[in-house]
Write a protein that binds this ligand. Structure first.
Ligand code: GAR
Length: 192
């Protein structure tokens, strides 16, 4: 049985593309049934549409509160029979409506070695701190900010001549391999 996945994204969507490509080219028995986007102008929307991935745009400003917006998302996820959610640059804290509906079924990718440098600026914060090593973390989502159980991490060295841009490029390259690797492992293990 193909696992039905939803990707949540707010921005560029390079991780969405990497996941989509990997599912097409590797033996990953899954399909991206839905892209959820909370930013109506995000580039990821056009990328998904070009690949015929159904898109649901949920502008949280249109709803009275987070629970109301997440209820719209949950209804769409249930209609699409989604088994697991992959956050890929989704810049919003997941609330109890979705957390309770998908326990241990919501993954996130973060561009730093958690618990170091959580939040929106993981790459910039690590670079500014002058660390010699940072990396990428994939973890389950809980109610905190980047605090859920860690599934795996990949280190990325910070080179003496790195700029923020060169470091970010290397981190993104690792992300684009690592997220599909973790997805493939979890599906093989029956964890999704
Ligand atoms: C990625 O680097 C992801 O790790 C990061 O946002 C970027 C999204 O890029 N996520 C976070 O910082 C979450 N705290 P993309 O839209 O090109 O996939």
């Amino acid at each position: 049985m193909l696992k039905q996945l939803a990707v949540f994204a707010s921005g560029n969507g390079t991780n969405f593309i990497a996941l989509h490509d990997a599912i097409k080219t590797r033996p990953i028995p899954a399909t991206i049934a839905l892209l959820i986007c909370d930013q109506p102008k995000a580039p990821v929307i056009q990328k998904a549409q070009a690949l015929n991935v159904p898109v649901l745009i949920v502008d949280f400003h249109d709803y009275a509160n987070k629970a109301a917006a997440e209820q719209i998302i949950l209804t769409a996820l249930q209609k699409a029979q989604v088994d697991a959610i992959l956050l890929a640059g989704y810049m919003r804290i997941i609330g109890p409506t979705l957390l309770n509906a998908y326990p241990h079924r919501i993954l996130n990718i973060h561009p730093a070695l958690l618990p170091h440098f959580p939040g929106r600026h993981g790459i910039e914060d690590a670079f500014a701190a002058g660390v010699t090593e940072t990396g990428v973390t994939i973890h389950y989502i809980d109610a905190g900010i980047d605090t859920g159980q860690i599934i795996g991490q990949r280190p990325v060295a910070v080179k003496p001549d790195d700029t923020l841009t060169s470091l970010a490029t290397r981190i993104h390259t690792v992300e684009h391999q690592f997220y599909p690797d973790v997805l493939q492992s979890l599906i093989n293990e029956g964890a999704i």
